[in-house]
Design a protein around this ligand. Structure first.
Ligand code: C2E
Ligand code: MG
Ligand code: MG
Length: 684
């Protein structure tokens, strides 16, 4: 082919060198379809060898069949104009624009064909890239989940994507032309205008507004405004608007949760503290006062443990409602712990605190019914007053808490105003708790035994084990002082086990020494019933010490009945099944619900010493003692009088039919040695 080039076809050297050096490929065919001439570009592209370098239609991507090759078409007298892929055997693909023209001789028709082709690869790629980016932009705009729109500089909506329909509830057509401000909630309009002006001056803006949309209530929107710059001028504002209602609602919820007790809907500790601080600031400015009430439910932890937490929760809710019904409009009630409430009374003084506490205690005194059961709830309340009892929120809370503790110590269901020595007492308690644990280890705890005497038979019929703590420094500490503390801390459980074990072992010793089979009474604290091991513990002690279960009497106070009758009944029945006896201690002081007497497996009532003390001089106490004895008899219960100190009391009790007594009249609580001497007088 080289031989044909260049002068045989283009005689003119000038023309032939132009053709040879053209960017475009040029190919010339004769009427047989044989290639007469091709230039360098044609060879370089590979158009000279279509057998090896395949030609494809650009659109369909299909191979051009041989009979469709441009050269062939030309020889049919057709013109060719089209874009093709050329896929060479080696090297990159080219996109070619091919134009072909049949060549006619002036007289004798078709003389051949001319194909001119230029490489449009670059241009095609560029076109495609542009198209793709336009499409991308379009889909970004159209399908963007946020509202994308633009405004003219007057704030009229020019165009918006589909997302605007979902939020506004109007079609795009209806929205277009509308003023930006029309939908914005009035209180946000000023701010929105300001942001719009800033954006119009070239500064992108980012802010939140509320708007009226399709839904109620208002929707929260996050707006980004971007100046639209064309030919170096700001001609409009792009806006990207995101519906953040859900996030905002969640944030608001978190805020509520952060300040609200989720169970009762009351304020929580944090909110209370903030309000208290705020209230103190105000009180300082206006020279007024404020009261903090600390309300702690008595024995509620125990209720929770026995009822189960879900019922406990419902009970707390009922209690919260009842307390709430007592308070004033200005007052803030919070639940700051499982069974702890605080009440802030802005402007109140001591007298109002006292009155409020009385109202709350009274309101709580009516039983709560839950799942068909009735529960008696009491609370201990302490109060501190600003500015007398503290100038800071912390001090007022701490002191109200200390006062509450004092109320608890003094028998619960009570109210105390803070006094400065209370904190000292709290401190002492903490030390005492530590000391008590040490005391058990150090064997500073001992038992005394107080005989129980039968007036009729004139002999000892039993004895009560009473705990004593001989402190190396403070001397004897009364159980009345350390037992409530041990109950609170739970230390009563191991300590109670020690008492039972020690008393039973001692009893066994005396029995071996020939003591007749009398009763051994041991006190059980309410708190010990909470301990799932109580039954096993009692059983184990009986086994280990070998005392007859029928000789052991467990004393429980009346207050156990006030909480969960069925639970206690179950526990008492289990204990009874071991063969031990049950006595109700301090009878008459606790809750006056007598119905449990019938339902509980009780053997004996111990009339509280407070009635015995005044029974000679006080008509009312006498009547109570008389009534208790009569009731015990009708219920076939044994009865014993506690705290009998005088002959006259003993005589009167005998007349009323109560034959058993315990008290200083017959004997004080005795050491082991003294009790031994009483039991075995012959040993003297
Ligand atoms: P309690 O079970 O009612 O015990 C009777 C209390 O009255 C004892 O006080 C006793 O010393 C006192 N007492 C006895 N006779 C007379 C009297 O004629 N006149 C006066 N004024 N008092 C008399 P104590 O020993 O101080 O015990 C106080 C309370 O401490 C007991 O009351 C009991 O509830 C509790 N306690 C004592 N030991 C234990 C124990 O080991 N475990 C438990 N859980 N509680 C105990
Ligand atoms: Mg007792
Ligand atoms: Mg008693």
């Amino acid at each position: 082919m080289e031989t044909m080039r260049p002068n045989t076809v283009f005689n003119d050297y000038f023309i032939s060198s132009i053709v040879e050096n053209m960017q475009e490929a040029v190919l010339l065919y004769d009427t047989n379809g044989s290639l007469l001439f091709f230039n360098r570009a044609a060879e370089k592209l590979g158009l000279t060898n279509l057998l090896e370098n395949r030609l494809c239609y650009l659109e369909e991507q299909a191979l051009v069949p041989e009979e469709q090759w441009p050269a062939r078409l030309l020889l049919n007298g057709e013109q060719v104009h089209g874009a093709y892929w050329l896929k060479p055997k080696k090297g990159p693909v080219h996109i070619l624009q091919i134009d072909g023209f049949p060549i006619y001789k002036e007289d004798s028709g078709l003389a051949g064909g001319l194909v001119v082709s230029h490489d449009i690869t670059e241009r095609k790629w560029a076109e495609q890239r542009l198209e793709m980016s336009e499409q991308r932009y379009k889909s970004l705009f159209e399908y963007h989940p946020d509202i994308v729109c633009w405004f003219d500089l007057k704030g009229n909506l020019i165009k918006a994507n589909a997302a605007i329909e979902g939020v506004s509830g109007l079609t795009r057509k209806e929205m277009e032309g509308k003023q930006l401000l029309e939908t914005v909630e009035p209180s946000f309009r000023r701010r929105t205008v300001l942001h719009f002006f800033r954006a119009a001056r070239g500064k992108p803006q980012h802010f939140e507004v509320q708007a009226r949309g399709r839904r109620e209530p208002l929707i929260d929107l996050q707006v980004t405004l971007i100046p639209m710059v064309t030919s170096g001028r700001i001609t409009g504002i792009y806006a990207i608007v995101q519906d953040i209602s859900q996030r905002k609602a969640a944030e608001r919820l978190v805020h509520t949760l952060a300040y609200q007790d989720p169970l009762t809907g009351l304020a929580n500790r944090q909110f209370f503290n903030e309000q208290l601080r705020f209230c103190i600031e105000e009180a300082e400015k206006t020279d007024s006062s404020a009261v903090v009430l600390f309300i702690d439910l008595d024995r509620f932890k125990w209720i929770n443990d026995t009822l189960g937490h879900s019922a406990g929760d419902r009970l707390v809710t009922l209690i919260a409602q009842r307390i709430k019904s007592c308070i004033g409009e200005q007052d803030i009630l919070a639940r700051i712990g499982g069974d702890e409430f605080t009440l802030l009374m802005p402007g109140a003084r001591r007298m109002q605190a006292e009155r409020m506490a009385a109202v709350i205690i009274d309101a709580l005194s009516a039983p709560f019914s839950l799942d068909g059961n009735e529960y008696y709830i009491t609370a201990s309340i302490g109060a501190s007053v600003y500015p007398n009892d503290g100038l800071t929120a912390e001090a007022l809370m701490k002191n109200a808490d200390a006062a509450m503790y004092r109320a608890k110590e003094q028998g619960k269901n009570a109210f105390r105003l803070y006094r400065s020595e209370m904190n000292i007492r709290m401190h002492r308690k903490l030390i005492m708790d530590k000391e008590l644990r040490r005391a058990l280890e150090a064997e500073e705890l001992t038992l005394q035994y107080q005989p129980q005497w039968d007036l009729q038979e004139g002999r000892i019929v039993g004895m009560e084990a009473l705990l004593r703590w001989k402190h190396p420094v403070s001397g004897y500490i009364s159980p009345a002082e350390f037992i409530p503390l041990a109950e609170e801390t739970g230390f009563i459980v191991p300590m109670g086990e020690w008492v039972l074990e020690t008393a039973c072992s001692q009893y066994r010793e005396w029995q071996k020494a020939g003591m007749p089979p009398i009763r051994l009474a041991v006190n059980l604290s309410v708190r010990q019933f909470q301990d799932g091991n109580l039954l096993r513990m009692v059983d184990r002690v009986l086994q280990r010490t070998g005392i007859h279960p029928g000789h052991l009497e467990l004393e429980v106070t009346e207050s156990i009945a006030a909480i969960h009758v069925d639970f206690i009944k179950g526990r008492l029945n289990e204990l009874k099944a071991l063969g031990v006896q049950i006595a109700i201690d301090d009878f008459g002081t606790g809750y006056s619900s007598l119905s449990y007497l019938k339902r509980f497996p009780i053997d004996r009532l111990k009339i509280d010493q407070s009635f015995i003390r005044e029974m000679i001089s006080d008509e009312a106490d006498y009547s109570i003692v008389k009534a208790i004895i009569a009731m015990a008899r009708s219920l076939r219960l044994e009865v014993i009088a506690e705290g009998v100190e005088e002959q006259s009391q003993a005589n009167r009790l005998r007349e009323l039919g109560c034959m058993e007594i315990q008290g200083y009249f017959f004997s004080r609580p005795l050491s082991i040695e003294d009790m031994g001497r009483l039991l075995f007088p012959t040993d003297l």
